[in-house]
Write a protein that binds this ligand. Structure first.
Ligand SMILES: [Cu+2]
Length: 151
C-alpha cells in the first residue's frame, strides 16, 4: 500500500466515524424526548371538534380508541401527565382551523389547512378548569378538566 493510498483509506475511515457519531447523537436525541402519557386526536369538521384516542371519561370524549365521540367534548386529563393533542382538519370545504389552550402554554399557531394536522404537547397542571378552542372560530371547543384536581 502506497503512502497516498493509506492516507485516502484513513480519511474514508474518519468520514465513516464522523457520520456514525452524528447518527448516534441524532438517535439519542430522539430517545431523550419522552413519549407522552396520553395521545388525543381531535378532528375538526363542520366547525366542531370530535375526539378519538384516550381522552377519558364517560360522556366525555371518545372512550374507545378510534371511536368518534360528541361534538366539542370535555377533555378529561390527569394531573401531571404529559399529553399530546393531534389536531386534524377534516373539513371538506376550504376552511382553516387552529388550536389553543389558554393557561396551559398552548398558543395559536398558523392555520391548519384541510387534510393537514398539527400536534401540541403540554403537561397537565395540578388543578383548574381550562378551555380549548379554535383560534379562528371561538365556538369550536370545550373544557379541559383535570381529574383529581382540587377544583
Ligand atoms: Cu376553526
Amino acid at each position: 500500500m502506497s503512502r497516498q493510498r493509506r492516507v485516502q483509506v484513513s480519511i474514508a475511515g474518519l468520514v465513516v466515524l464522523a457520520a456514525s457519531a452524528l447518527f448516534l447523537s441524532f438517535s439519542r436525541g430522539t430517545r431523550a424526548s419522552e413519549p407522552p402519557d396520553r395521545v388525543i386526536v381531535l378532528t375538526a369538521s363542520k366547525y366542531a371538534f370530535r375526539a378519538s384516542g384516550e381522552a377519558g371519561g364517560e360522556g366525555g370524549a371518545a372512550g374507545a380508541a378510534g371511536a368518534v365521540g360528541a361534538e366539542n367534548p370535555p377533555l378529561r386529563l390527569r394531573a401531571g401527565e404529559r399529553v399530546r393533542v393531534v389536531v386534524r382538519n377534516a373539513e371538506e370545504g376550504d376552511v382553516e382551523h387552529n388550536f389553543k389552550i389558554p393557561g396551559l402554554g398552548v398558543h395559536c399557531s398558523k392555520g391548519i389547512a384541510p387534510g393537514e394536522e398539527e400536534a401540541v404537547e403540554f403537561t397537565v397542571p395540578k388543578d383548574g378548569i381550562y378551555t380549548y378552542t379554535c383560534c379562528s372560530h371561538p365556538g369550536m371547543g370545550g373544557r379541559v378538566e383535570i381529574e383529581g384536581g382540587t377544583r
